[in-house]
Write a protein that binds this ligand. Structure first.
Ligand code: C5P
Length: 219
């Protein structure tokens, strides 16, 4: 039923959370399920694209001949996996909820609960989208933004800072949207700051809208 309008296009997609180790059994993570990224991967593959899906820990799986799934744990691993293929791809979609910080030191042994208080020093993770966006050549780059205040303004700043072509803004204020939900309500903002607000849709339908934006770019 799908068109093959993305045939010969190579698409790199990040998905899911990252887990940043504290000690051998503990980590800092987040509630991302990976569903948005996996749905985009499937929609792109069904349109003939060759997809590399780099996912943090997720219970989801994907089975399509056009999709290569690379599973990673940390932001640094996700960055390395993306960086090593970036020059060869046409499109990058950053749908992962990457941890902004990681513990500066990872304990070799499980940390004991002896102390009454305990501080974990954090250091900044690489911004995958910003790093790759700022060295892009012809690539079409799509990012996500989840904001709670001044959403449009912050999303526009993100387009500039990360050198994106399109940003998909999720509002936390919208009922049914976001983490762990099957639906999303998004606003598309292009690099020219054209704004298009979409109604509440399933994540599959949002994925299909995003893939259609990629198709339109090449039309
Ligand atoms: O800066 P912020 O985290 O709000 O930007 C969100 C966008 O940037 C998402 O597309 C996310 O996948 C990407 N991102 C990234 N690497 C990071 C942080 C965010 O690729 N370290």
């Amino acid at each position: 039923s799908k068109t093959q309008l993305l045939i010969k296009k190579k698409i790199l997609i990040t998905a899911g959370p990252t887990y940043e180790a504290i000690d051998p059994v503990r980590f800092i993570g987040n509630h991302s399920s990976g569903k948005m990224g996996f749905d985009i991967a499937l929609a792109a593959a069904e349109n003939g694209a060759e997809v590399i899906l780099v996912s943090g820990p997720s219970s989801l799986s994907i089975s399509h001949p056009n999709v290569r799934l690379i599973r990673v744990q940390t932001a640094v691993e996700m960055f390395d996996a993306c960086d090593s293929v970036f020059d060869s791809v046409d499109v990058l979609v950053g749908a992962a909820a990457v941890a902004d910080y990681r513990p500066k030191h990872v304990a070799d042994e499980k940390i004991k609960k002896d102390a009454d208080s305990f501080v974990i020093e954090l250091e900044k993770n690489p911004d995958i989208l910003a790093t790759l966006g700022n060295k892009k050549k012809e690539q079409f780059i799509v990012g996500f933004a989840l904001e709670t205040t001044n959403e449009i303004e912050h999303a526009k700043q993100k387009i500039v800072k990360k050198n994106l072509d399109l940003i998909v803004l999720n509002s936390l204020k919208d009922e049914g949207a976001g983490f762990g939900k099957p639906t999303n309500k998004v606003t598309f903002i292009t690099k020219n700051f054209d704004i298009e607000s979409m109604p509440l849709k399933t994540k599959e339908a949002v994925a299909s809208d995003i893939v259609n934006k990629i198709i339109e770019h090449y039309a």
